[in-house]
Unconditional design. Sequence first.
Length: 401
Amino acid sequence: MKKLLLIFIILIQNLIAQSTPYVILISFDGFRWDYANRGITPNLDFIKENGVHATSLKPSFPSKTFPNHYTIVTGLYPENHGIIANSFIDPFTNQKYSISDTAAVRNPFWYQGEAIWETAKRQGLITASYFWPGSELNLEYRRPTYYEKYEHKRDYNLRIKGVLDWLSLPYSQRPKFITLYFDATDTYGHQYGTDSPELNMSVMKLDSLLGKLLNGLKKINLYDSTDVIVVSDHGMTNISKDRVINVEEILSGYQTKFLDNGPIMYVIPEAENFENVYLKLKSAENHFKVYKKEEMPEYYHFSKNPLIPELILIADVGWSLMTEKEIKRQSNRNWGGNHGYDNNALDMQGIFFAIGPDFKNGYTTGTIDNIDIYPLLAKILRIEPNNKIDGKLERIEFLLK
Ligand code: AMP
Ligand code: ZN
Ligand code: ZN
């Protein structure tokens, strides 16, 4: 009798597994919401007509790459998952995190919360990542089953081929959830700005790669059983050498350390000067805002983490906070675009497009929040989400059939 019951349970589990769709989560880094309205993205247009589309995807603060990619896969605000910037310092140990430091990027110490591939793996699903921030941790159970180590110049067609190869594995080894990442729109947006022909070329290139992936899925007969979700981590705005705030000049006479520059800067004064430095910055507020950590407006959700420094400067959109040294170092650069600003700003909004058996057909909604993507992924993967998250399924599930 017990044996029969066991066989029955296994049969049911297999049936559920087989009805679970494949899910491919694609990130086009820095793809601003309106790039999709330029009439140069036929494949995104196809998804819009036959799947779902949000007017924009709101990033979390700060609107930077690593914080937001990790938010998308954990459902947590950066203050709760710990990747509070692309680079930061632990003030208690002086240990540094930076996205260009491979050892740091793979060190699980920095990453709180649970990525969707951990949740899925624990519940018996095979997962894979062709690049994603947080996918390379030095702990097997925190990584996707299959993963690729980040290589900025890896040929884009090889990335598509890699995903299709995973989906062509025998069923028992085939991943149900796959991530895929492309940097081009971020890279060209930074270098040439948001209205350049170079940026538009990168938009067209990524759109055509999406077309290739959709065609590839048809060729291996998985198109009808795959949910494809295309997102971006943030938008982009044009910057200029005429919109620079020299923070060092404002604070001349004070011994301070400066962390980061551009849309956000952290100022670390000597303890005895803290209040004076704050008041000095406050009186000089022009095209930027200064906040003590505890007075950060609630909507940023950016004050809880002990790694967030005590004084936070946020530039107005399009302005850059800089030190003397940075101003000199960057004097001959090409002023293109940047991001990291207030995550409510229109230019910081990203994209959300999705198509597949679980999504409605030809449905458009307004702005959705990127913290809600994790519970959406759990739902379409038919798994229990981790319950300690900031995201909420009820704010996003109306996109599903
Ligand atoms: P940013 O524009 O500074 O917010 O960061 C964008 C950069 O992040 C890209 O140009 C990539 O070089 C880098 N990047 C993206 N994904 C990864 C990854 N998985 N590992 C390391 N670096 C990455
Ligand atoms: Zn980015
Ligand atoms: Zn960028």
